[in-house]
Design a protein around this ligand. Structure first.
Ligand SMILES: [Zn+2]
Length: 233
């Protein structure tokens, strides 16, 4: 294999790695954002669960005091009723007491529902808290890893860039210019040609004349995709 092909293949290996590393690097910020969003979502669920728990707790307290208030009222009515002499007034008073007792019965039913709700809320809060605690450390760890990876990738890219000049120096400047132009398309500038004359980049057949040049290892470009060609061995 002629030196220009070997040198360009070495350069291409470095450049393809640089391109892939840049792609990897580009993905890292959105990966970190997604992780942060995930944590924020769980935080919001946790906050919602806490609010529900507090609301039900408050409802329970209010219902309890409403029951206590009505009980006081019933006691007062009962005390008053013992002083009443007229039967009709007495019956009216009993009816009032019954109405109040009915209210208490309703509130007690509400109370049972609230207790169920309270239990459910506490269970949910416990569950989300557990989830949040586990997620918090896992996400922090993942973000640390991504940050570390970002640094490593940047270092490797710089090392690869630094390794380019000696490789470039071994290639003819006209060929190098063409190589760089092709590299801008983010694809490999060099393409293999198989014995049937098919270019590995565009998968089309090159002309017999180009094939002859390729066999001579002359600097030649694909008739279709303009890649620099070399023969597959
Ligand atoms: Zn081609």
């Amino acid at each position: 294999m002629k030196q220009w092909i070997e040198s360009l293949l070495a350069l291409q290996k470095v450049d393809m790695r640089i391109i892939n590393l840049h792609l990897r690097l580009k993905m890292i910020p959105s990966e970190i954002t997604k992780l942060k969003e995930k944590k924020e979502n769980t935080e919001a669920s946790l906050s919602d669960a806490k609010s529900s728990m507090q609301k039900t707790g408050l409802d329970i307290k209010q219902t309890e005091s409403a029951i206590a208030e009505i009980n006081t009222k019933i006691e007062q009515l009962q005390q008053q009723s013992s002083l009443i002499k007229k039967n009709t007034e007495y019956q009216a008073m009993l009816s009032q007491i019954d109405t109040q007792k009915g209210k208490i019965s309703e509130l007690e039913t509400t109370m049972l529902l609230l207790f169920d709700q309270d239990e459910e809320n506490k269970e949910k809060f416990k569950e989300i808290t557990k989830e949040f605690e586990a997620e918090k450390s896992a996400i922090a760890e993942e973000i640390d890893e991504l940050t570390e990876l970002s640094g490593e990738v940047k270092t490797e890219i710089q090392q690869l860039i630094d390794s380019r000049p000696p490789l470039e120096a071994r290639v003819d400047s006209t060929v190098l210019t063409q190589y760089k132009r092709l590299l801008k398309a983010k694809k490999a500038p060099l393409a293999k040609v198989n014995s049937a004359g098919i270019c590995s980049s565009c998968h089309l057949k090159i002309t017999p004349q180009t094939m002859t040049e390729t066999k001579k290892e002359a600097v030649v470009y694909c008739d279709n995709c303009s890649c620099l060609l070399y023969l597959e061995k």
